[in-house]
Design a protein around this ligand. Sequence first.
Ligand SMILES: NC(=O)c1ccc[n+]([C@@H]2O[C@H](COP(=O)([O-])OP(=O)(O)OC[C@H]3O[C@@H](n4cnc5c(N)ncnc54)[C@H](OP(=O)(O)O)[C@@H]3O)[C@@H](O)[C@H]2O)c1
Length: 246
Amino acid sequence: MKVSIKGKTALVSGANRGIGKAITEALLDNGAKKVYAGARNVASLNELKAKYEDRLIPIELDVTKDESIANAANTASDIDILINNAGVLVPGNFTFGNMIESMQTNFDVNVWGLAKLTNAFFNKMKTSESAAIVSISSVAGLANMPVASTYSASKAAVHSIIQGLRGELRDTNVLVCGVYPGPTDTEMAKGFEMEKDSPENVAKNVIRAIEEGVEDIFPDVMSQQVGAGYMSSPKSVETQFGGILS
Ligand SMILES: NC(=O)c1ccc[n+]([C@@H]2O[C@H](COP(=O)([O-])OP(=O)(O)OC[C@H]3O[C@@H](n4cnc5c(N)ncnc54)[C@H](OP(=O)(O)O)[C@@H]3O)[C@@H](O)[C@H]2O)c1
């Protein structure tokens, strides 16, 4: 199912920086009618608001707070496209480091936050002529990267949520996309010394993929290689990632 961006209304969580900001801009630059830009601190959206004026609606959104999600669902009741982007990477491992604390926070935001936000919107989106739910997992959601084990586990849960949603919404007007980026040059990845793609390039490829109806989106060179490896041999990706410990 192809979903054209032109004339659509979208909500992006974590729209104030990084990949979320780039996707917000790419949506508006590609003809979206309106984007609700979700951020914990709406003042952090001032620059985007000045640039896009009435087409950008700042909206206070903390995905760990039920009331905040309910308010967002009330305000943004007319969306066609939901971009589940908000996320955190709290370093933590299963055999060392702060396992409990990092599992808790990574799952609170990346998994519970995403699931609750989606649950608050999917019914309204069924009334749209053509809609899309786009959730950002990670290559680390396809195989665990022990450099961030508990984060990877949360992104694997996101991968499963995407598959579940796709099955549940199979006979509807809603395209369900999973995005599996590799290292991208944002605040989240600043501690990782490796080649990174730009958030703008990732966003451009995500938008193109939605318009082409691609369900599994590998938006950068590294993720395209991992995606191809994963499709032919998931075990080979596990082995490759298993060696990345720092
Ligand atoms: N960068 C990478 O290499 C990479 C690779 C694969 C996947 N990803 C995924 O891509 C998505 C975007 O990451 P990024 O790289 O753009 O990271 P980022 O620059 O750190 O941005 C994270 C965004 O999430 C928001 N956020 C955090 N906790 C939130 C909460 N409780 N409620 C609402 N918003 C919250 C942040 O808002 P504040 O400004 O208020 O903190 C910020 O807007 C994440 O899901 C991440 O896991 C990133």
